[in-house]
Design a protein around this ligand. Structure first.
Ligand SMILES: [Zn+2]
Length: 279
């Protein structure tokens, strides 16, 4: 047992047990309030698993879905510290720079264009595909590479079977918890939440004990970023950003990040530009 390690849990919503439809993940949507209860319960299961293995660990939880304000603050395990709200430089991975020793992805989903996979997308509907140094990635790849930039391994992912496979392809040897089997973008065979929570607690404990096995995902730097966008207007806006360029004849924006942290901020900016409609 090592005293005082720091573990970051980045929690998304689409890969939480039972969830299959976008209305279940949007504030105000049908069953959203139930979804965030289950999200909080699954994060608590992961927190408990981490502390089963390392009772002295500092556990940071980054709320990483939509507005970054989904987890029920008063219901969260009081032994964890919560990061909520946006925007923030490290986005879904806020807390990484606190000297994290391991990262857990809870409730994650597959990248845009993969699948069939439950609620597969990359950051928002504005983004059709992101490539880092030519390789297509989703939130899983972006966030794992950002962790790698800080020298931190991703030791666990929970989500559907496609999300699990997506991380294993990038980070062999990591622990995955399949809480549903995708039948489509909005359909899946799902585990009972209590079963998902029990599996997650055990897996989180195992993942933290084995945290030396998966290697950090380290990309070569500088990082060449290409983003295919759904709206031509977003491409127009992006070309106003110094260093961002349009690929002629395509809805693609390219830029070079000096390192993965800069690349990550650039992708976050494109996602925000994607929300602006023609004035
Ligand atoms: Zn999400």
């Amino acid at each position: 047992m090592t005293a005082g390690i720091t573990v970051l849990i980045s929690a998304d919503l689409e890969g939480i047990s039972g969830i299959v439809h976008v209305t279940e993940t949007n504030p105000g949507g049908y069953d959203y309030e139930r979804s965030r209860m289950r999200m909080t319960a699954e994060v608590n299961a992961a927190v408990a698993g981490v502390l089963d293995a390392e009772p002295d660990a500092v556990v940071l939880v980054a709320d990483a879905h939509g507005p970054y304000r989904n987890l029920l603050v008063e219901e969260l395990d009081r032994r964890a510290r919560l990061v909520r709200g946006k925007p923030r430089p490290l986005g879904m991975m806020a807390g990484l720079d606190a000297g994290a020793d391991a990262v857990l992805f809870v409730g994650y989903h597959a990248r845009a264009g993969s699948g069939p996979a439950v609620l597969a997308h990359t950051m928002s509907d504005a983004v059709l595909e992101v490539r880092l140094n030519g390789r297509p990635v989703g939130e899983i790849g972006l966030n794992a590479a950002l962790a790698g930039h800080f020298g931190v391994p991703v030791v666990l992912l929970s989500g559907d079977d496609v999300a699990c496979a997506e991380l294993l392809d990038l980070v062999p040897g990591t622990v995955t918890v399949e809480v549903k089997r995708a039948l489509g973008q909005a359909a899946a065979e799902v585990l009972h939440p209590a079963e998902a929570q029990e599996r997650l607690r055990q897996a989180a404990s195992r993942a933290v004990r084995q945290r030396g096995q998966p290697q950090p995902l380290v990309l070569s730097e500088p990082v060449e970023v290409e983003v295919d966008l759904s709206a031509p207007y977003t491409v127009d806006l992006a070309t106003l950003v110094p260093g961002f360029a349009r690929v002629p004849g395509a809805r693609t924006v390219t830029f070079t990040g000096r390192d993965m942290a800069e690349a990550y901020r650039g992708v976050q900016l494109l996602v925000q530009l994607g929300q602006i409609k023609p004035g």
